[in-house]
Design a protein around this ligand. Structure first.
Ligand code: MLT
Length: 394
């Protein structure tokens, strides 16, 4: 049967393709060391699982969440967390929307704001959802290059005046996937005043806000900036913070009008987050202080081992300041695709070609520190040895 033309406008989801490739390699007895998708390999903390079991045993959690925005217990935990972690007050009645992970919220906010021909400012490289959903709505994504010389921050001055005038949405994502960069409060202030001047909505994807390594790099919420709520909505997720990718739970927070727009789009598509999962997520947020440092220490050890190993091969990189991603330039003579293929076939190392994240990602690959297997540091060492033996050098 003929499928919609619309479907032809979007590519297959890259990580689904990569998962299929990996499954095939395993079937052939050739399991790679997997630095691919950013999917935490540690279990969800027991206190979250216990809270889920208790909540799932309560029949009150079984129907639709008729609140539409999320149950009070969850929104209360979000507001409390936002106050402690970012020092901001967020109203539980109107400024918070529960989400089925950040991904759907990022997609639905585009559907809520973008008409055909509208312009969306999208970082390049970036999570593919911003670009693909924009094109699915008939909008035009204008790429903002993330270059090392600008600390992987969009150069707002480089956006042509005509594009600024037309743009309705501006996506940012800090800490940044795939580069591992962070944004200072001063930079976020500049983005807010830019969005005010040109009347556009900032969508800040904060999925990695809790994966950072030094106190001085502790990520900020864009809502810390005075007046940001008028022009910003921020997407949060429990996926990466609490090893809960499969649970699909997160939230959006921002100005009430933007949250309401998201809610209207969502409520016509999905029926909210399972209330037992919301209760479990509330338990996670309440125990953030006890859990997060150990998660961060764990990734720090892996980051140091991987980056130092790559440096020993001559790779000119520094340690990322946040996220569990290492973004590295490919050696001379390779494209991001051909280098990722070499890593896979000659070194049994699965990395993501940077071009998956956009044209500016060409010339890079991304390695995620989320590695499946028991001995993480041993696997990193093994990967570096394989690369050395496979003739990888910069
Ligand atoms: C990634 O690896 O970029 C992310 O894990 C993808 C996702 O969150 O869907």
């Amino acid at each position: 049967m003929e499928q919609a033309q619309r479907l032809q406008r979007i590519p297959p989801y890259p990580f689904r393709e990569i998962a299929m490739l990996k499954a095939k390699m395993i079937e052939e007895g050739n399991e790679p060391i997997d630095f691919g998708i950013g999917d935490p390999d540690m279990p969800t903390p027991q206190f979250v699982i216990d809270a889920l079991c208790e909540a799932a045993n309560d029949p009150e959690t079984h129907p639709y969440d008729e609140s539409g925005f999320g149950i009070e217990e969850f929104k209360g935990a979000v507001a409390e967390f936002a106050k402690k972690r970012y020092g901001i007050e967020v109203a539980t009645d109107g400024e918070i929307q529960s989400c089925i992970g950040a991904k759907e919220a990022l997609a639905h906010i585009i559907w809520a704001y973008i008409d055909p021909s509208d312009v969306v400012l999208v970082p390049d490289p970036a999570y593919s959802v911003y670009r693909v959903q924009t094109s699915w709505c008939g909008g035009a994504a204008f790429p903002m290059a993330l270059e090392a010389e600008n600390d992987f921050l969009p150069d707002l001055e480089a956006i042509p005046e005509a594009v600024r005038q037309q743009a309705k949405l501006l996506f940012i994502n800090y800490p940044n996937n795939p580069t591992g960069a962070v944004a200072s409060l001063e930079y976020l202030e500049r983005v807010v005043s830019f969005a005010r001047e040109y009347e556009m909505l900032i969508v800040q994807d904060a999925a990695y806000a809790e994966v950072y390594y030094d106190a001085e790099d502790r990520p900020h919420s864009i809502l810390e900036i005075d007046g940001a709520r008028d022009v910003a909505i921020e997407m949060h997720s429990l996926s990466k913070t609490f090893n809960m990718t499969g649970w699909r739970v997160g939230w959006a927070m921002g100005g009430a009008a933007h949250v309401e727009a998201l809610s209207r789009a969502k409520s016509n598509v999905d029926s909210g987050t399972f209330m037992a999962v919301q209760r479990a997520a509330a338990a996670g947020l309440a125990n953030y202080d006890e859990f997060a440092p150990q998660m961060q220490d764990d990734y720090r050890r892996r980051r140091d081992a991987l980056v130092e190993g790559l440096q020993s091969l001559g790779c000119p990189i520094e340690k990322p300041r946040a996220t569990f991603y290492v973004w590295l330039p490919v050696p001379e003579g390779y494209s991001s695709e051909s280098f990722a293929r070499k890593l896979l076939t000659d070194c049994q190392v699965l990395a993501i070609p940077g071009a998956v994240y956009g044209a500016v990602g060409e010339g890079f690959v991304r390695m995620s520190l989320t590695i499946k297997g028991d001995d993480k540091l041993g696997l990193i060492e093994q990967a570096i040895d394989n690369m050395r033996e496979g003739g990888v050098a910069w």
